[in-house]
Design a protein around this ligand. Sequence first.
Ligand SMILES: C[S@@+](CC[C@H](N)C(=O)[O-])C[C@H]1O[C@@H](n2cnc3c(N)ncnc32)[C@H](O)[C@@H]1O
Length: 208
Amino acid sequence: MSDTPQVDFWRGAFGDAYTDRNALSGDALRARTAMWARVLEPVRSRPPASVLEVGANVGINLRALSGLLDADLYAVEPNAAARGRLSESGLVQPDHVFDATGDDLPLADGAVEMVFTSGVLIHVAPERLEATCREMHRVSSRLIACVEYFSVSPEERTYRDHSERLFKRDFGGFWWDLFPDLRLLDYGFFWRRATGLDDLTWWLFEKP
Ligand SMILES: C[S@@+](CC[C@H](N)C(=O)[O-])C[C@H]1O[C@@H](n2cnc3c(N)ncnc32)[C@H](O)[C@@H]1O
């Protein structure tokens, strides 16, 4: 499958600069750890034993999850510099770090118990969003989570002075329209002023 201009943007200089800026600071890690503790509350008695992050960048979510779960971690990431940082970190086994995009995942059906995105579906070209969600659904054996910017109606917003690189919508509604048999375990909002996170809306679904 050929890359979209959106994926080229992340593979290239913009993605490299983002990766350079994306330090694993103590504050950032604490905020993500609190975020995942809340998102995974509904499955606290049966946490996922394997997790794939689609668009992991340097792995701040996976790092937070590693402090909460005893799980096999997998990462898909199109930016080479970010993949390098992830592999070197020792957090994810190098053969669990894949050069791929969400619409063409190099894993078998049901290969991991939870598949998620955080700040990634917003960057997917709208015409590839359905394929991305279908791939995540195919690879997950149980849970699907997403943490993204919300808008009631789909809208494009300028992203760091770039157009056609950020698309907000009701991603939970998108998931549920595509797979009406998903069970909604919980959803919510992380308000920036209280959490240090970026006004993020999240959903946790379970496959039937
Ligand atoms: C805004 S960053 C978010 C990084 C990380 N998920 C987090 O929450 O800190 C977006 C990441 O998604 C990756 N990405 C962009 N488009 C993607 C796609 N179609 N499939 C998978 N990853 C993608 C980018 O290379 C980048 O690392």
